[in-house]
Design a protein around this ligand. Structure first.
Ligand code: UGA
Length: 429
């Protein structure tokens, strides 16, 4: 253990989900040989054929132009033989208790030889303390924590232009951290070298803080509705204070995705498991759950009972530019609407295939204008730019009712009302 590795060695990437695929493609784009491995043979086969299984801007082109430097395999041995740095990018989904499920990480670790030649670089989001536990159980393994901060929808851009790169290593493992630093250095961005537990906490704390900012502005929006203030003005005025900053102050119908819901509850559980009750995060989660349901009361305020009402959802994914439906607010919304007797139709530019199996009883349309036909109300769920461009006079002529709920404050209300429709946003009057 501890010998310096050759720069020329291929980099191993284990798990080609969102993070793994982007990581592998971007490392190849930086001129490195990459061997990416996944246990899912169908996914590897599809990638071999040039089919990218996720919707992520720029990813397809990136993988295509780096085909020669990026090898794909389902065999761990094909990674372990040539590579020494192994970037672990498997997913860590939530368990019923809210803790992170580390079974895939454990499976990767169990396949690593005890020869001490390899360094596991953890990109998967894991609870603080995971690295220490892995190191304790596998003393010959070198371990580096290198959390990922990319956002879906701008993942390639975020990866290639990071604000900061966090690299955590404990004494004895610095040589591998140096190698990781050398890979990332050309990308610029502040390099944060720290210990493993702190690196793990940085990731969880960053996501929890962003989620807190969103729940905070959502509550401010709800109060704005009561006092007839405009949350957009409030967020702008707040965000100009450099200590607060303008980002992540967009109110809406709750955050979703594969990261915030999972990581906030994982941090809460992590604290709870060691006897600390993280009260703030309990509230952040609760506010988010309630926020998803506020649309229902807005609809009821205008329509009364929802029984037999036709409600059109515009957008389904948890954010634009992705087909990811994990923890999307649309799932809760559609379920609540159906439970209240409404009929739900929906349109999303790219997420329909991912949404169908999760949304039984929902009628899917192939365009926004088709989805709104005969609708009593339209709810904007995901702020795809095409919805802001809609011809509202045309929408009005196709609808049965006249209500538009803008769940992301993404529409120009004056255009909607000019078409004779009633507009209601979040925290706007
Ligand atoms: C998030 C973090 O932003 C990334 O830094 C992190 O790397 C990633 O999780 C992860 O841990 O893998 P992501 O989930 O892709 O990225 O998407 P975000 O753009 O952060 O949006 C998350 C949710 O918050 C979306 O539902 C979005 O609509 C919502 N949101 C975001 C708001 O409601 N208001 C805002 O102001 C911003």
């Amino acid at each position: 253990m501890g010998q310096q590795m050759s720069d020329q060695r291929p980099i191993g990437v284990i798990g080609v989900g969102w993070v793994g695929l982007v990581t592998a493609g971007c490392f190849a784009d930086l001129g490195r040989e990459v061997i990416a491995m996944d246990v899912n043979a169908a996914k590897i086969d599809a990638l071999e054929r040039g089919e990218v299984p996720i919707h992520e801007p720029g990813l397809e082109g990136l993988l295509e132009r780096n085909r020669e430097r990026l090898r794909l395999t389902t065999e761990m041995s094909e990674v372990l033989d040539p590579a020494r740095l192994l970037f672990c990018c498997v997913d860590t989904p939530p368990t019923y208790s809210g803790d992170a499920d580390l079974s895939r990480v454990e499976s990767v670790v169990s396949q690593l030889p005890e020869s001490g030649e390899h360094a596991l670089v953890m990109k998967s989001t894991v609870p603080a303390g995971t690295g220490r536990a892995i190191r304790r159980d596998h003393p010959s393994l070198t371990y580096v924590s290198c959390p990922e901060f990319l956002k879906e929808g701008s993942a390639v851009e975020d990866f290639l232009h990071p604000d900061r790169v966090v690299i955590g290593a404990d004494p004895g493992d610095e040589w591998a951290a140096d190698e990781v630093e050398a890979i990332y250095r050309p990308l610029g961005g502040e390099l944060v070298r720290t210990d493993v537990a702190s690196a793990e906490m940085i990731k969880l704390a960053a996501n929890a803080f962003l989620a807190t900012k969103i729940s905070f502005i959502n509550e401010i929006a709800n109060v704005c509705e009561e006092v007839r203030a405009d949350v957009a003005e409030v967020a702008k005025g707040m965000g100009l204070d450099e200590r607060i900053g303008p980002q992540f102050l967009r109110p809406g119908i709750g955050y979703g995705g594969s990261c915030f819901p999972k990581d906030v509850s994982a941090l809460k559980q992590l604290a709870g498991n060691s006897g600390y009750h993280f009260q703030l995060l309990t509230a952040v989660i609760e506010v988010n759950e309630l926020q998803k349901r506020r649309v229902i009361s807005k609809l009821q305020k205008h329509l009364g009972s929802l029984v037999g009402r036709e409600i059109a959802l515009l957008g389904l994914a948890f954010k634009p530019d992705t087909d990811d439906m994990r923890e999307a607010s649309s799932l809760v919304l559609a379920g609540r609407l159906q439970a209240d007797g409404a009929r739900v139709r929906a349109y999303d530019p790219v997420a329909e295939d991912a949404a169908r199996p999760l949304m039984s009883g929902v009628d899917f349309s192939d365009s926004a204008l088709r989805a709104v036909e005969g609708a009593d109300a339209v709810v904007l769920v995901t702020e795809w730019p095409e919805f802001a461009e809609l011809d509202w006079a045309e929408v009005a002529s196709r609808m049965r009712g006249d209500l538009v709920i803008d769940g992301r404050n993404a529409l120009r209300s004056e255009l909607v009302t000019a078409a004779g429709l009633a507009y209601e946003g979040i925290g706007r009057h």
